[in-house]
Every structure is written in C-alpha cells, then in structure tokens.
Design a protein around this ligand. Sequence first.
Ligand code: TRP
Length: 383
Amino acid sequence: MTTTVTPWDVEGSVDYDKLIKEFGVQYISDEHYNYLKELAKEKGLEEHIFLKRKLFFAQMDLGKAIQDHKDGKPVFLYTGRAPGGSMHIGHLIPFMFTKYLQDLLDCNLYIQIPDDEKFLFKKDLTLDKIEEMLLSDLDDIAAIGFNPEKTFIFRNTEFMSNMYPLYLQTAKKITFSQARNTFGFENSSNIGQINYPALQIVPTFFEKGQCLIPCAIDQNPYFLLQRDFATKLGYNKNATILSKFLTALTGPNGKMSASDPSKAILLTDEPNQVKKKVNKHAFSGGRETLEEHREKGGDCSIDVAYQWLYNIFEEDEKEIQRIYEQYSSGNMLSGEIKKILIEKINNLLEKHRTQKQEAKENNLLEKYMKTGELAQSMWNKKF
Ligand code: TRP
C-alpha cells in the first residue's frame, strides 16, 4: 500500500524516517528533550509522556524557540483544528500537549478554528452543518483547561475582518506556483482552497516574538512555506514541534478516522461502548490460538493496545516494561492487555467529561473567545 500524507489525507502505514526528509524537518534532539524536562522540573511538572515516548518526535527551529525562552524573549504558541464534530482521542493529543507547553512556557496561545477550510475542502458540507460541528468541538477544546487570560480561540469567519490586513500581506507573498507545489492544487481546485494556506499562516504573525506550533506532522507544509517570507514581513520564522499520528484503533494503517465512529474512540463514548469497541476493533498483535500465543507471544510492534499504552497512557517506565515483557512472552493475553487499555481510556474520558462540565460552569469558552485578557486585546488589536 502506498502512503500519501498531505494536510488533508493520511493513508497507509507511515514511514517516519522518510517523512522527516520529505517534510524538510528534523528529529527532536536529546538536548531539546532534556531542556524541556528540566523546565518541567522547575515548574514542578513531570516530563510529558508524549515527549518521554517520543510521540512528539520532529521539529523545525525548536532550538531557536528554546533559546528565546531561555533568554527571556517572548515566545507564543499557535495551533488549530478544522471543525469536524465527534472528536476522538487522537484529536485530543495536540491540545493536551499544547496545554502542557503553555504551562511550561507560561505564554500566550492562539487556537485557530478554520471553519472556512472545512467548508472549502469538503464538497458536501454546508456552513450550517459546519456550525454544528464547530460548537461541539469548541466545548471539547475548552475542556482542556488552557490559561483563560492567555488564550485566544477564534474562528476564521468571525475574526477575518480583524485579520484582513495581515492576511493581505501574507497572501501577497505566496505565489500560485508555490501553493501548488506545496499542496498539490490542480486546475479544478476552487480558488478558496488555493487561498487557504495564507489564512493558516496568518496567526504565526499575531505577535512579533517567536511562534512555536505544536501539531501533527501533516500540518507542517504550511509552516515551511511561512519561512520563505516571514522575515521579509518583519516577523520571525515560525518553529514547530510535531507529533506522529496516533495509530488507529483498527491497526497501523493511517491515523484514527472519525468518519467511521464505530471504529474510533469518541470523547462521548460511555464506558461500555469503549469496552466493546476495544475488544471488537482494537487491532491485536496476539496469535490465532491460545496455544500459539503462549508459545510465540504477542507482537507489540503492531498491537494497538500496546501502542496506545506506550504512547499515551502508561507513564510508568517499569509498568510499561512489564507489560511489554509479559505480552511478548505470551504470559499476557490479548484480552488482558486490552483490559488495561480500556480502564485507562475510561479514566481519561471520565476526566474529560468532568472538565467539560467545569468549563461550562466557568464560562471558559467565553473567556477564550471574547472576554479573557488576551481575547479582548485581540479584538481591539490593529494589525
Ligand atoms: N488545518 C488544520 C486541520 O485540518 C487546522 C489548523 C488551523 C491548524 N491552524 C492550525 C492545525 C495550526 C495546527 C496548527 O485541522
């Protein structure tokens, strides 16, 4: 199976060494990992499991962002999500990590909700339908618990008039041929699509300081393009910190898809649904028969339960080691490793539901979008 990775499409199993080259990015170095670990210690936080297990594995100019932070120069975070509704666990990863970075760096954070992108790239979606998905997503995003005074969440259709001058400067710097080469546009692409990259780049210019973007690696092409002209406009080249895709529940073939909700763990799934989905759909590295499993052991390199425990859930080094050894030696069965995973997922979802409720009670969304300190300053800002 061939692999295609564009910002809109991830299919096939992914060779990350190759991706690094194709995307023109670098691995996160030990030095970077160590710096973030030290910083965490200073703040009384643990090293994040996504760093410890290298789910976040690649970067552009992360060293520059780190250096600026060390030197006391302003660094800000930027990320985003096109409205999709029905968020699943994979969607939570960049936001959880972004919150962690905001805690570490104690800095401003901008979250773009490109409702325009969704509309332009999905043939059959109406603006009304997108509105519905967007509202549902916003509640999940607000549940993450960003700093309400230092976070601005905006949707493009609403914030466009404020951004328009900055958008114009950006759009003027990108030629059609650059956009086509980067994103593979064709003559049949609508002109809104061709224009969209400028919109995703604009927030990297919201401040004069160093922009650092936590996201999945498929979004990097926008930010590589930004680096061609940022300094000409009087801004810093953006930096990125990039994650792999979370292996889909159904196996190592591309990222988790919410388009088939029966096969992804949605944030709204009840404990029993989680149990059923994991038991039924989680791709297993276990063997055909009990006898064979006991003899040969499970294959952790393809077992989704193991992958998820390793990458997101089991922080304890000794425990993940134990699970690895027990499962690959055949002592632990598929049903047993799945049981461990089910419990972890349900704990996470339970916590998420509680935080979602708390966010509602505290009107967090209103703060992020309108009334918080950063939000207010953005609505008053002249670009
Ligand atoms: N294009 C992203 C998506 O499809 C949304 C997005 C907008 C984004 N701005 C971003 C993602 C900045 C990462 C960083 O979901």
